[in-house]
Design a protein around this ligand. Structure first.
Ligand SMILES: NC(=O)C1=CN([C@@H]2O[C@H](COP(=O)(O)OP(=O)(O)OC[C@H]3O[C@@H](n4cnc5c(N)ncnc54)[C@H](OP(=O)(O)O)[C@@H]3O)[C@@H](O)[C@H]2O)C=CC1
Ligand SMILES: CCCCCC/C=C/C(=O)O
Length: 507
């Protein structure tokens, strides 16, 4: 067990500055309007730094820097960009604990996760796209014996990226790594709730990139995000966040006819067929872990398995077993590596989840465990902690249909295969899903029938860089991770060349 010292305490790995500026053109730049906002750690509920509050003028300055950097960066070779991405990964790896502690302090999540998942996955992402861009090939079509169509990948130029607060560094990486690999310059706006860890990261890695290739403007959605997303000076906007905000981003983008990628909400079903059940067996233990994944990252994950669908014949015994497993989730200081669940990322999110705990009870759902805020006392008394909660109810309830984004799972039963698929697909969303069965046939058929971009079969919440990730229905547009993300950051140049030396057959 390790308990990392809190920033500001003796022996802490991280010292946050009391004030952070924007990162523009390779420099730390104060906001044009001179305004700052407070950044709170959800662990204690106290402010720990202030951050530049960006407006349209700061976005313009960042776009100037990005446009100045884009031509040279776009002409670097894939091998040169790959070297830089690998250096970023190496620098992050050398500072893994520091970055993990910074992320935990800013977001509230358990350091056990930032150390073992968020930051290692981010490092691997840079390495994956370093390799992917070198492996990418263009295309050639032979039109006839004298004519050839060459297809080249070209960078888009300057792109905008807007990210949320649930995985600040990992979500930044999911957007930065492919965009950089493809040769674009970037203006990125972090979420107002969690800007600090990304700024700490850029204090560490900023010198590895040419000035202006990545620019970070902090601030609020309406004040900094909208001027970025509406700017005619970007060639693409990438967004992760709420579905209603995603709809706005699409409207903004339509004005300038630029492409969008959107990672939006979810209400992911996790299906447990009756053959998962056993008294004492490694597979059943694995399935219970899969159920408990609703509490990963305090449930603040777009793919949170927030609807558990359990075959009626095993429901009683299965729910008893997962309640017992859920009650073993250790809570406490998020900087303690034994702690499994940390704090919700903000007071707003904490209050939103509390309201859904009330809604679930008012709708008549049965609370099998949890259902209340968690009072950790002491220095954590003002932090944002919620008990992991299992409701049992019906798929028509609001707690089954609306994104809670907290450590709350709503469980219901199904009778047979068709009923399971019907309930799974009875949602506006289509981002993730889980299927648990010892039968390969059942698992395969369910996986293909569920309308979701990612279906985990006999596992959950794994995010390898080379597996495509994205939504069906209202969960978004496009795929992140995987080679196919490069397509979203490149345009195709077709050179149609005639090698015939006469005008014969010109038309
Ligand atoms: N799919 C996912 O991964 C996520 C889903 N959510 C869902 O959304 C709910 C609300 O969270 P919230 O943070 O408000 O989500 P938002 O979608 O509003 O925020 C995501 C990002 O978009 C920015 N933003 C907000 N409004 C605009 C705008 N008009 N133009 C441009 N950028 C904008 C935000 O800035 P800022 O925060 O600085 O205002 C933030 O950087 C959560 O409870 C959860 O259900 C939230 C986060 C991630
Ligand atoms: C254990 C790592 C989890 C990564 C989850 C990625 C989620 C993205 C999102 O919420 O948009």
């Amino acid at each position: 067990m390790t308990v990392y010292a809190a920033p500001g305490q003796p022996d802490s790995l991280v010292t946050f500055k009391s004030r952070y500026e924007h990162y523009i053109g390779g420099e730390w730049v104060p906001p044009v309007g001179g305004q700052y906002f407070e950044n709170v750690t959800p662990i204690t509920g106290k402010a720990f730094c202030e951050v530049a509050r960006g407006t349209a003028a700061d976005i313009d300055a960042a776009l100037d820097a990005a446009h100045a950097a884009a031509p040279a960066w776009g002409q670097t070779s894939p091998a040169e960009r790959a070297v830089i991405l690998n250096k970023i990964a190496d620098r992050m790896e050398q500072n893994l604990e520091l970055i993990a502690v910074a992320e935990t302090w800013d977001n509230g999540k358990a350091v056990r996760e930032t150390l073992n998942a968020d930051i290692p996955l981010a490092i691997d992402h840079f390495r994956y796209f370093a390799g992917a861009i070198r492996a990418q090939e263009g295309g050639l079509s032979q039109i006839n014996e004298d004519m050839v169509a060459y297809h080249f990948h070209e960078p888009l130029g300057v792109v905008g990226q807007i990210i949320p607060w649930n995985f600040p560094i990992l979500m930044a990486t999911w957007k930065l790594a492919p965009a950089l690999a493809a040769g674009n310059a970037i203006v990125l706006k972090p979420a107002e709730q969690t800007p600090a860890s990304i700024l700490v990261l850029f204090e560490l890695i900023g010198d590895l990139l040419p000035a202006g290739v990545v620019n970070i403007v902090n601030g609020f959605g309406a004040e900094a995000g909208k001027p970025l997303a509406t700017s005619p000076r970007i060639r693409k906007i990438a967004f992760t966040g709420e579905t209603t905000t995603g709809r706005l981003i699409m409207q903004y983008a339509s004005e300038n006819i630029i492409p969008v990628t959107l990672e939006l909400g979810g209400k992911s079903p996790n299906l447990f067929f009756e053959d998962v059940m056993a008294q004492d067996d490694a597979y059943f233990d694995k399935a219970k872990e899969g159920f408990t994944m609703f509490a990963l990252n305090q449930g603040e994950v777009c793919t949170c398995p927030s609807r558990a669908l359990i075959q009626e014949s095993i429901a009683g015994a299965f729910l008893d077993a997962v309640v017992e497993r859920t009650e073993l989730i250790t809570r406490g200081n998020p900087l303690d590596t034994d702690t499994m669940m940390g704090a919700q990322a903000s007071n707003d999110q904490f209050e939103k989840i509390r309201s859904y705990l009330d809604i679930g009870k008012q709708e008549g759902a049965q609370v099998l465990t949890g259902g209340e805020v968690a009072d950790l006392g002491g220095e954590f008394a003002d932090g944002f902690y919620i008990q992991p909660t299992i409701f049992r109810g019906d798929n028509s309830m609001r707690i089954f249909q609306e994104e809670i984004f907290g450590p709350v799972v709503s469980a219901t039963t199904f009778t047979d295969f068709d009923d399971a698929v019907r309930i799974a697909n009875d949602t506006l969303y289509g981002l993730g899903a889980g299927v648990w069965s010892r039968s390969g046939n059942t698992a395969y058929r369910a996986g293909r029938a569920i309308q979701a971009g990612r279906v985990w079969v006999n596992n959950y919440h794994a995010y390898p860089a080379h597996a495509a990730f994205g939504g069906y229905k209202s969960s978004g547009i496009g795929r992140e991770n995987h080679l196919m993300m490069l397509d979203h950051y490149q345009q195709t140049k077709n050179l149609l060349v005639s090698y015939r030396e006469s005008a014969d057959g010109f038309f």
